[in-house]
Design a protein around this ligand. Structure first.
Ligand code: NAD
Length: 460
């Protein structure tokens, strides 16, 4: 927390000096720091869980799998870092006889900025940090002020375990973020809404700083009739209502084959009861909305369509019940904006062509879900739609696979991370051609007289 009091410019200067020492380029140093990070998360587990509970009553189980689960990213990086950091040989066919080697060297970018959102306020800052460390960078982290307890705990952990000249947390809101964005970084990794993503990209452009933008949007979920309805309902209910729906890749709305709709909705209702009891407000396993501003935003959506499950709210407690709404028109605000809360609109279709058209009329989503055993339909949806990622017959789980790069496309983001993709995001791949000085044939030097004919002959 004290780090926040240091001037941003001073921290950046200190980090630039530290980077210049070359210490972060040492792979052994990076491994040691990743281990420190893992140990720090483990040691402060109780504080992390408590902070998330204070911020929005996040259940411990959910904190464990969605925030502390970042430890798996750390383990994965430690396991693969030696392979990732090795220069890779490249083909050099044309110049074969004069070349001793063509190689691609990954090198760290320098001092990077990571700006986080409030919905997974710990995991979504620490996860990119793993990539930044593995790739050999210094980093400044700006967690979200909207989840202040988690922001403080993160600042505390980083301050206790890392030299601020290497990794620092700067806490604060929009003003702090803008102060940071006014500075020159070597990369900015931003997770948040699409509108703020544009502000970040504009600020970065002034310094020609590359950006990764992990943004949001409306992630559709198509449900075909060829499914196991019980399993489908359970997986949708889980993905939608975990974190009280405040998940960037939560299924935002359902596009359901009308022949299966009623059966699916009955099963979703059953799952909600199974997960959270008859009265979810007293369930220890159901989170709250982060603040009143978001609660009010979400309550407006409840005016659209017809509530068929849930719909209860309790403003004193920032509570909105797991809610399903039917008979929604595409023009209503719940279908025009990212929901980012526990409200699930349902739209039915007669032919999947209608569902695909609805998806393609909108900005490209971060995730697309399809429930169907029909392989031809799976292929068709993959071919005819574009999205950051796709998860077939499940929700959210693709996020947890480190070998799958995670990111958006179009309005849902630029770039990606997780596993090797995180290392790549925070690395520059330097192309190196190493030639021999042994011989020096003169074919490319002036005077060119007589050489062009030879060149034309050899290249045609
Ligand atoms: P947000 O864009 O409001 O805020 C994100 C960060 O930007 C915060 O740290 C905040 O302090 C900072 N910020 C806010 N306004 C700013 C401004 N004017 N100038 C500079 N910085 C500013 O996002 P949020 O409300 O924290 O998160 C919700 C959004 O994030 C949703 O749209 C969600 O889909 C998206 N999200 C995406 C992912 C992903 O992985 N793609 C993950 C989580 C959340």
């Amino acid at each position: 927390m004290m780090i926040a009091q240091l001037a941003v410019g001073d921290i950046i200067r200190q980090q630039r000096d530290f980077f210049k020492t070359g210490k972060t380029k040492d792979v052994a140093f990076r491994i040691e720091q990743l281990k420190t990070l893992k140990k720090a998360v483990g040691e402060h587990l109780a504080a992390i869980i408590e902070a998330l509970r204070s911020d929005f009553n996040k259940p411990e189980f959910e904190t464990f799998i969605t925030e502390v689960g970042v430890i798996q990213e750390i383990d994965y990086a430690i396991k693969h870092i030696n392979a990732w950091t090795k220069p890779k040989k490249a083909a050099s066919r044309l110049l074969e006889q004069f070349t001793t080697g063509a190689q691609i060297y990954p090198e760290p970018l320098g001092v990077v900025l990571i700006i986080g959102p409030w919905n997974y306020p710990f995991g979504l800052v620490v996860s990119p940090l793993v990539g930044a460390i593995a790739a050999g960078n210094c980093a400044i982290l700006k967690p979200s002020e909207i989840a202040p307890h988690t922001s403080h705990v993160l600042a505390d952990i980083i301050q206790k375990h890392f030299d601020p000249a290497y990794i620092a947390v700067v806490e604060g809101g929009v003003e702090t973020s803008q102060k940071l964005l006014a500075e020159k970084f070597d990369h900015i990794f931003f997770t948040g809404g699409t509108a703020i993503g544009k502000i970040v990209m504009e600020a970065a452009a002034k310094h020609l700083t590359p950006v990764t933008l992990e943004l949001g949007g409306k992630s559709p979920c198509i449900v075909d009739s060829d499914i196991n309805v019980e399993h489908t309902a359970r997986r949708i209910t889980w993905g939608k209502f975990i974190n009280a729906g405040q998940t960037c890749i939560a299924p935002d709305y359902l596009l359901v084959d009308k022949t299966i709709k009623q059966d699916l909705l009955d099963n979703i209702q059953k799952c909600i009861r199974e997960f959270y009891g008859d009265n979810p407000v007293s369930s220890p396993d159901y989170a709250r909305i982060i603040n009143h501003k978001h609660l009010d935003r979400l309550r407006e959506f409840l005016k659209d369509g017809e509530i068929i499950i849930g719909g209860e709210t309790n403003p004193d407690d920032c509570y909105i019940a797991p809610t399903v709404i039917d008979n929604v028109s595409l023009e209503e605000s719940v279908m025009q904006n990212e929901i980012f809360g526990p409200i699930l609109p349902v739209i039915s279709y007669t032919d999947v062509t209608e569902a695909i058209a609805i998806i393609n009329e909108r900005p490209k989503p971060l995730a697309l879900y399809l429930f169907s055993r029909n392989k031809n339909l799976q292929k068709r949806v993959l071919q005819e739609t574009s999205s950051g990622g796709v998860c077939i017959n499940d929700t959210v789980m693709h996020f947890t696979v480190p070998s799958l790069p995670f990111g958006g496309v179009g309005d849902s983001g630029i770039g990606n991370y997780h596993g090797k993709a995180s290392f790549d995001t925070f690395s520059h791949y330097k192309s190196v051609l190493n030639t021999s000085l042994r011989s020096d044939p003169k074919w490319r030097y002036a005077p060119y007289k007589g050489k062009l004919q030879m060149l034309k002959r050899s290249s045609t």
